[in-house]
Design a protein. Sequence first.
Length: 357
Amino acid sequence: MLVTLVVVASLGSVFYFFMYEKFDWKVESFRSNPNLKTVRADWKGNPVNPQGRFLNDPVTPLPAFGELWRWQTETNPQKQEKKTETFRLTVTKNSDFLHSNEDCVVWLGHATFFIRLNGVTFLTDPVLDSPSFLMKRFSELPVAISDLKSLDYIIVSHDHRDHCDEQSLKALAPQNPNAVYLTGLGVDTVFGDWVKSTKIQSAGWFQAYQTNTTKIEVIYLPARHWGRRYLNDTNKNLWGSYLIRANGKSVYFGSDSGYGAHYQELGQLLGGVDVALLGVGAYKPEWFMSASHMGPKDAVKSAHELNAKRFIPMHYGTFDLSDEPLGDPYRALQELQKKPENQGFIQLAGVGEVVRL
């Protein structure tokens, strides 16, 4: 057990530590929220194993302890580069967008975005400070937390601590008493007591949340990832991505996901999106991390498969979660921007920069 704890601490984050608990990867049943509409006619619900734990579709087992141990004991080829890394995200201190009416997307760091579409406001996966002593924050928040008020919706995509942060949600709740929380099956049990709200909707994949569809539509969609909060609750709660659309405009918030066939399938199902927000960090070593996170190349590929008009990368530069240096994804994306098919497609937005829709 002591060795286990040392390994966890050495990661700088508990999110990628997969406790070697007995886990059955067979599909026994399917789950969805019977109170929500399923938008895909042939979808039976999220696959669940005999222990009642969620599975990816198709089923992809997570790396086991031996693979984690290999990662932690092998030499990182970018170790020295990490030590001398000076990269920091550009942060624009700006709160004007909070008082505007224009359709926009504003990156607040990591996987946290402010989104306004058709006058309806969203905050995604709010992590507004360092969620633990193991995770130092390397990019400032561009606005004061007290300015994030009167939000219509708060999204909590899954239960990992760099996406579902207790202190951030507790800070937001009293200043957003009318906000509706949109999450995945089971995740509501994690943060419900923190926000003390009766306005929480939990969905399965391909389910539409209950919204005023004349103003906004929000659908919970697949991701290739996993869930974990404590030592023995692997995949007890669901993970996923989101489509937000209104008045012919759409935003896809990908949250955490490894590359998979679901991007091409969603591109066909949705008919394209105006902007795709996809993670590009916490991806090395790729043989280990690709099960749950994409690097720059796969994220760009996924954005094209989604038939997105623009791609805004996220999930890099704010926290140090894996082997690559903080600026590695940014530099890789700069190179990818040079390809003809990516010119004008990859938008390297700074933190606090307003991207108009």
